[in-house]
Design a protein around this ligand. Structure first.
Ligand code: HEC
Length: 146
């Protein structure tokens, strides 16, 4: 009997301990940004993503597919293709200048879209990337490009 009570006490302690970590974890992160610095915070500005979606549908979807899934010869931009291997600076250049000067077929957008619209459309297709892809991109590509 004594043993059972002890077990119960131990069990309750474990339960109490279990409910805590999430909380203290949050506090730790809030107090010291260093804890979260290894994880890049994704852009989740939905207003920007909504604007970018419009830009994409009006200008890019015809070649890259309605959801950026790609349509030959235009590659996917939704994270399943190669676009995440490039820094945002490189993707911006591709979008601004197109690829005709490189023997490709993508038109240049710099005279048709503003810098802001290009930023928005990149935010939109990046919002399609999984967290894993986004994290990999940030660590292996984007952060090395600064
Ligand atoms: C006329 C078809 C066409 C349109 C319209 C178009 N693209 Fe493309 N895009 C392509 C093709 C094709 C490629 C691959 C390079 C090539 O062969 O020219 C490409 C490549 C890209 C890449 C590089 C992807 C990678 O994996 O390296 C990005 C980023 C991109 N396009 C974004 C856009 C955005 C954003 C828009 C709209 C503003 C757009 N494209 C409109 C055809 C198009």
């Amino acid at each position: 009997m004594k043993y059972h009570l002890l077990m119960l006490a131990a069990f309750t302690t474990v339960l109490a301990a279990c409910s805590e970590p999430a909380d203290s974890e949050n506090k730790k992160q809030a107090e010291s940004p260093a804890v979260v610095s290894s994880k890049h915070i994704r852009i989740t500005d939905s207003e920007q993503i909504r604007r970018g979606k419009k830009v994409f549908q009006q200008n890019c979807a015809i070649c890259h597919g309605a959801k950026g899934e790609g349509k030959s010869p235009a590659p996917p931009l939704n994270g399943s293709g190669h676009a995440w291997h490039h820094s945002s600076q490189m993707n911006r250049r591709t979008i601004s200048d197109g690829t005709k000067h490189l023997g490709g077929t993508m038109p240049a957008w710099k005279d048709k879209l503003s810098e802001q619209e290009i930023t928005d459309v990149m935010a939109w297709f990046q919002s399609k990337w999984s967290d894993e892809i986004y994290q990999l991109w940030y660590e292996k590509v984007e952060s090395k490009n600064k």
